[in-house]
Design a protein around this ligand. Structure first.
Ligand SMILES: C[S@@+](CC[C@H](N)C(=O)[O-])C[C@H]1O[C@@H](n2cnc3c(N)ncnc32)[C@H](O)[C@@H]1O
Length: 418
């Protein structure tokens, strides 16, 4: 076993939640350092396997290989030549190098990437007479080079495909959904749930996403409630790498333990969308994620849907595209039944009308609930005529957002301006 400082990148703002998660996975005494954009965790090969299998918040699990100062591309080549590459792959295997940089003085990051690739290939050719080839799609050895203004770190990406890919999303439909909205990344849905402190325990209460789209938030919540490990339905790069070659039994027992831990949910999870196509899509995603039994899906208008329990948490990223179509209160039939209806949302044709109406509806019918709404619109509380009790910074890809918390207290309807 080799203990190293693994680096687990995550979205900005998620670091503290990820640090807690690493301690839950590896034990309370795990040594770790919370940095900007990720967490450094001391762990060995087994720890790397466990983190890949169980982390909901990390983007990847990176294994460090080399670190040093650099000024020119040749310094990067020299740094990479010092690694014993034959410990990692055979010449018959493939590699890919991805480079990220913060204010690097180098003129071409592509050239930096090429120099790392050359160093790996030269080292293996020198040792064996043959060189590995590059595969940009499904490499056996994915390498990640990170450059600061003065230093370079070279990692093996033990995850391969980023960890937000849980393996249940239909690959053909993984892009934009039928409404033109991009589904949330699973890691961001998990971060929303972590920020809300929702862990699927009885005391956390039911959860409802009334604008569920492909179902990402509800499926993530259902997996948490049922203790389904996020990595159970996918493969990882480390499975093809030499240092894990003799750990197949250990990996199998980690996965078996994860399967054995799956339990019935302690709380119900509700989700719905005004579009039948989306609820149908979410249903199929939930089946592939192994949690269809824990999810109650319904095609319904969020502006009309009544609370399914006396209290609980609403959690959603409402539509915020420009393509808006009236579909709010007053429309009695779901869009699939209305001839000519387009996908979209809202009550009066504008986001302002939609959010004002949504807030009025919640004030009337969701007293006792806590609503968590992810939005890039910093003025959302004004649109909703509600005062938030918390706003947590989060990034939806490149879009800066806030997760707003609204406590729907009984009687707040009286303060409504509708
Ligand atoms: C930003 S998407 C949600 C994406 C979702 N979180 C996911 O990961 O796939 C917003 C969703 O709200 C739905 N929607 C729009 N208006 C609605 C309404 N009045 N009631 C319920 N759902 C609505 C859209 O059909 C769309 O699927």
């Amino acid at each position: 076993m080799t203990a190293v400082d693994l680096f687990l990148p995550c979205a900005a703002g998620v670091e503290a939640f990820l640090a807690d998660e690493c301690r839950r996975i590896l034990g309370a005494r795990t040594r770790l350092l919370q940095g900007r954009g990720g967490v450094t965790v001391e762990a060995d090969e087994r720890g790397a396997m466990a983190l890949n299998l169980h982390s909901r918040l990390a983007q990847r699990v990176l294994w460090p290989l080399a670190y040093g100062a650099y000024r020119h591309e040749q310094d990067l080549y020299d740094l990479a030549r010092d690694v014993r590459w034959t410990d990692w792959i055979t010449p018959a295997q493939t590699l890919r190098v991805d480079t990220t940089a913060q204010r690097s003085p180098l003129r071409s990051l592509n050239f930096a990437t090429l120099r790392i690739k050359d160093a790996v290939c030269d080292a293996i050719r020198e040792a064996s007479g043959e060189r590995p080839s590059v595969d940009t799609r499904a490499p056996d050895l994915p390498l990640a080079l990170h450059l600061t203004p003065t230093h370079a770190t070279l990692y093996v990406d033990t995850s391969g495909e980023p960890l937000f890919k849980r393996g249940w999303r239909d690959a053909r439909a993984a892009g934009r959904d039928v409404t033109g909205e991009a589904p949330l990344k699973e890691t961001l849905a998990a971060a929303m749930l972590a920020a809300a402190g929702w862990q699927g325990r009885a005391e956390d209460g039911p959860l409802l996403d009334p604008c569920c789209g492909a179902g990402t938030i509800a499926i993530e919540a259902a997996q948490i409630a049922c203790a389904v490990a996020p990595g159970l339905a996918r493969r990882f790069a480390f499975e093809r790498l030499a240092p894990w070659g003799d750990r197949e039994g250990e990996w199998r027992s980690l996965r078996e333990a994860a399967r054995a831990a799956v339990r019935a949910p302690a709380v119900p999870i509700f989700a719905g969308d005004v579009s039948f196509r989306m609820t149908d899509f979410a249903e199929r995603n939930a089946e592939r994620a192994g949690v269809a039994h824990a999810l109650q899906l319904k095609t319904a208008d969020a502006l009309q849907r009544l609370a399914p329990a006396a209290q609980g948490s609403l959690m959603l990223n409402p539509p915020y595209g420009e393509r808006i179509e009236a579909k709010g209160r007053g429309s009695t039939r779901p869009d699939a039944l209305r001839p000519g209806a387009r996908e979209g949302f809202d009550a009066g044709g504008t986001p302002a009308a939609f959010f004002a109406e949504l807030a009025s509806h919640w004030k009337r019918h969701y007293a006792g609930w806590t609503a968590w709404v992810l939005s890039p619109d910093m003025k959302l509380p004004t649109l909703m005529r509600l005062k938030e009790s918390q706003r947590v910074p989060m990034w939806n890809g490149p879009i800066e957002c806030r997760l707003f918390r609204f406590d729907m207290v009984a009687g707040s309807a009286r303060r409504s301006t509708d």
